[in-house]
Design a protein around this ligand. Structure first.
Ligand code: AMP
Ligand code: ZN
Length: 495
């Protein structure tokens, strides 16, 4: 029997507000879609928490033996600075400010995102589609929604008719809202007169002459609305109805609500069986957010170069810190909390070493089977990683007791204890051991030291002290480190 058949996984479905037994459309397979980043800036630690939460979920589904097709998109067009279909495209804006081609912005921050997720030991999705790679499909689905009577064109833009949709379906089903309250709470905003109702949302926006990211369409040159890409890419790769859709809690409304409406309008049925939402990372009690400046970048944490923390932390320690909270709980980032997490992480790493040295005996005085059951029960209860980690600490106590001769364990039980500990620590929680963490720390230290050397060389050059600047470059080259001068400053490569 496959592991997923023995483990009755329950997950909290945001659509029903209840924990439900997870039943997949096709036995043994899971179709999972997670909204990816808008690649107009470096991902902050809050964004990372959401992606790491879903990485853990992906890992546990795989661990249970499911074949998972995991689709996580890259938003590289259509996400406006204002959720109410106003403002500038976030990527165009960055391109304008930095005098770059929009696709240079996209490339830069997609690479950054991948690097950061790699450092966090997050597995790549099975498919990572982009909005700009699916403009044709977006135009097609808009035509379908217009044909079905749920969208209208106005001066080169196309809007979804929320009021009409709500007559047949419930707009607000996911976020627990109702249309009358939404109407009552809406201010008429200037510039929205084009929409028939303030609740309507854009499927296609006409591009002004200055708008650089534009594509031809039956309605003239324009660009797709942000919500549409996820409907198009999820249905293309996972089908019109698929198992599981995730994202951060802040995407529930309007983004995911609009996805449900678009899918229902275009295909005639609800697109997703289980909606999952990961909660926010806060800093000083406030949501971590780039726009308010209340954010910290993962690199700043790994290098220790930030105003918030006393020291640097390895990516696995930061990941462990996140795993100590349930994915649906708010988590506040603080110096004390991450220091405590580091201590706990080190204790587990030590236990993983000791368990390999334990001698087995003729009998067990510890009940490894009951412990293993409790560990799986924690994860089967809506991916309860804090309880799982508490069980790993219980196992750590057992391991020390056995090492000190206070308890005994048979060879078979020792094998279960070791493989289960390792499976949860490495495969499910996605943590890496101390040596990997140490390698990471060493590389961060090198980055820090090189920044200092590069700054000293820049100062020497500015002072026209070329003897010193050349010596720095040549001696580093002799030590196997090459400096590369470019328009954005100097970087280095280790030969
Ligand atoms: P964005 O690039 O703005 O589309 O956001 C990417 C993902 O990060 C989305 O799933 C957001 O819900 C999530 N996110 C944004 N801020 C936070 C935060 N402070 N904590 C956790 N997740 C966040
Ligand atoms: Zn999305």
């Amino acid at each position: 029997m496959a592991s997923y058949e023995q483990n009755k996984l329950q997950l909290y479905n945001s659509l029903t507000g209840k924990k439900e037994v997870f039943k997949t459309i096709n036995p043994g397979s899971v179709g999972m879609y997670v909204c990816g980043p808008t690649v107009y800036s470096n991902v902050h630690l809050g964004n990372c928490r959401t992606f790491i939460s879903f990485d853990m979920i992906y890992r546990y589904l795989r661990h249970l033996g499911y074949k998972v097709r995991y689709v996580r998109n890259i938003t590289d067009a259509g996400h406006l600075t204002d959720d109410a279909d106003q403002g500038e495209d976030k990527i165009s804006k960055k391109a304008r400010l930095e005098q770059l081609e929009p696709m240079e912005v996209v490339q830069r921050y997609t690479i950054d995102f991948h690097n950061v997720m790699n450092k966090f030991n997050s597995l790549p999705p099975s498919i990572e589609p982009t909005a700009t790679g699916h403009i044709v499909e977006q135009i097609e689905i808009i035509k379908t929604i217009i044909d079905k009577g749920f969208a209208y064109e106005k001066d080169g833009s196309v809007y979804f008719d929320v009021i009409k949709y709500n007559k047949q379906h419930h707009y607000g089903i996911l976020s627990g809202r109702n249309i009358d309250d939404m109407i009552a709470n809406t201010r008429e905003l200037e510039g929205q007169t084009e929409k028939e109702n303030a609740q309507d949302f854009a499927l296609w926006k006409k591009a002004s002459p200055a708008h650089i990211m534009r594509w031809p369409s039956p309605w003239g040159d324009g660009f797709p609305g942000w919500h549409l890409e996820c409907t198009v890419m999820s249905s293309k790769y996972l089908g019109e109805t698929f198992d599981l859709h995730g994202g951060g809690m802040d995407l529930k409304f309007p983004h995911h609500e609009c996805e449900i409406a678009q899918g229902q309008a275009a295909h005639g049925h609800s697109p997703v069986n289980y909606w999952m939402h990961a909660n926010m990372l806060t800093l000083n009690g406030k949501k971590m957010s780039k726009s308010t400046g209340n954010s910290i970048l993962p690199e700043e944490l790994f290098s220790g170069d930030n105003d918030f923390m006393q020291k640097s932390f390895a990516p696995s320690v930061v990941r462990f810190f996140m795993m100590q909270a349930h994915y649906r709980s708010v988590l506040d980032f603080s110096n004390d909390a991450i220091l405590a997490a580091e201590k706990g992480f080190n204790r587990l790493v030590e236990a993983l070493k000791i368990v390999k040295t334990l001698q087995s005996g003729a009998s067990s005085t510890v009940d490894v089977h009951a412990w293993q059951k409790r560990a799986y029960a924690a994860m089967n209860d809506d991916f309860n990683t804090p309880i799982l980690i508490a069980e790993l600490f219980e196992a750590t106590k057992l391991i020390h007791a056995i090492a000190e001769g206070k308890q005994t364990i048979t060879e078979a039980d020792l094998s279960i204890l070791t493989t289960t500990m390792e499976a949860f620590f490495y495969d499910v929680l996605g943590l890496q051991d101390a040596s990997a963490a140490a390698g990471e720390a060493a590389s961060n230290h090198l980055d820090g030291a090189m920044k200092l050397v590069i700054d000293l060389r820049a100062t020497a050059r500015a002072n026209r002290d070329f003897a010193t600047s050349d010596k720095i470059r040549d001696d580093l080259a002799a030590a196997g480190i090459q400096l590369n001068d470019g328009p954005d400053g100097t970087s280095f490569t280790v030969q």
